[in-house]
Design a protein around this ligand. Sequence first.
Ligand SMILES: [Zn+2]
Length: 272
Amino acid sequence: MPEGPEVRRQCDQLATALAGRPTRAVWFAFERLQRYAPALEGAVVHAVEPRGKAFLVRFEGGMNLYAHHQLYGRWMVRRAGERPETRRQLRAVVENARKAALLYSASEIEVLPDAELRSHPYLAKLGPDILDPATTAGTVEGRLTDDRFRRRGLAALYLDQGFLAGNGNYLRSEMLFVAGLDPRRKAQSLDESDRRRLAEATITIGQRAYTTAGVTNDPERVARMKAEGARRRAYRHFVFGRDGRPCFECGAAIERCDMAGRRIYTCPGCQR
Ligand SMILES: [Zn+2]
């Protein structure tokens, strides 16, 4: 499942193709959605925005195409009129005079007016998005001390889209490593400096993954390793996917285990 930075990068790609231009054709595979197509044809796309792991294509007139990919969905952008060779099921098309945005395989697709976004079952539960410019380290610190979250373990919170939207599995391992915190800790066990470090790591690593297309390791180390000819797999992360290998910071062997149902990687030397 793509994590927040990957969803946002895909939204950027869709926005480059669609935003600011009137649609020429809008098409839905599902019969229940077909009645919306005539109203969306000719409408200008204002923006394409991520909401947690969902996509919103925002049309003038206050309508939105909502799509949650789950495990299978995928957007592709092609020139107008072109269709890729694929065995995937085409589910929705938004096309203008230049480009076509094609949504394959997703089953959770809806057309919603602005007024219904707030009450939508998935959207209503989302916490602040880690990549939203309005989300700051202060926002994250506030979530960590909030009564709804402070009794829970960090491993579970850092997958919970209601705690912070856009987080995901590799980000969880990387953020907790950078903060130097054991994922078994509960939010309420953190002191002020722990919270500050974790909040800053959350924002920094989320932003870094977005700008680098998923590379979370220290940028200077990445540059050095690239210059030495290292592969992306070797330099991409601090700990994620590196079980048994030496920690870049302290040399201890990185450990892997399962927490909150997903694999997590930690350094026994760096995380307390
Ligand atoms: Zn270490």
